[in-house]
Ligand binder design. Structure first.
Ligand SMILES: O=C(O)CCC(=O)C(=O)O
Ligand SMILES: [Fe+2]
Length: 201
């Protein structure tokens, strides 16, 4: 019983081969709503084309990259040049770095306008992230399901509903052995903003 009190957040949710830690109440609810409203307005959202199986399609969500100006970030056949940090993002970065004791150089932002927006199965395993990257992910707005499955045995699956104000930290070997996605949802009609803080080396 007692132990439950201390395990509400931060314990490793993966059974093996990596770490995924969830902090459901990292930002309190009213503050999370305020940050959502600010970021919806302030961020230079774009719908980027990507190459998938030899075809060019538009991503089913809006994105933006902010961060230290000297490094660009390439994934799924696109290269993004970062926009310099703004105050809202700097404030969130500061709080995450304090909790995780890691430092981050960039944040990739995703805006899922409604349940039709999504992100398919992938691993964040670009060489520019280093061997065992720590990725810190903030959720604001509507709750969406974050699904993980083992890369080799795809039957091993986890579902984590990410609520507004939550922080999810992926680390260790997780990007080698686990892939993740945000599936489409018929139940969701409002927006969710996600921020994934990364360290590019
Ligand atoms: O929206 C999310 O929670 C996941 C985002 C993600 O996986 C990514 O940006 O690589
Ligand atoms: Fe990802």
């Amino acid at each position: 019983m007692q132990e439950d009190l201390f395990q509400k957040s931060g314990q490793n949710l993966l059974p093996f081969q990596g770490e995924v830690r969830y902090y459901p109440d990292f930002i309190r609810w009213e503050k999370a709503s305020e940050l959502y409203r600010r970021l919806e307005k302030e961020i230079e959202w774009k719908q980027e084309p990507i190459r998938l199986f030899g075809k060019t399609i538009l991503q089913p969500r809006l994105t933006a990259l902010y961060g230290d100006p000297e490094k660009s970030y390439s994934y799924s056949g696109i290269t993004m040049n970062p926009i310099p940090w703004n105050n809202t993002l700097r404030e969130i970065k500061f709080q995450i770095e304090k909790l995780s004791m890691e430092s981050f150089t960039h944040v990739l932002l995703n805006f899922y306008r409604d349940g039709k927006d999504s992100m398919g199965w992938h691993r964040d395993n670009e060489a520019s992230l280093g061997r065992n990257p720590t990725i810190a992910s903030i959720s604001l707005g509507e709750t969406r399901n974050f699904q993980l499955r083992h890369y080799e045995d795809k039957k091993i699956k986890l579902n984590i509903p990410l609520n507004s104000g939550s922080l999810l930290i992926m680390g260790g070997e997780s990007q080698h052995f686990w892939e993740h996605q945000i599936p489409k949802s018929k139940k969701v009609s409002k927006g969710r903003i996600n921020l994934t803080f990364r360290k590019l080396i």
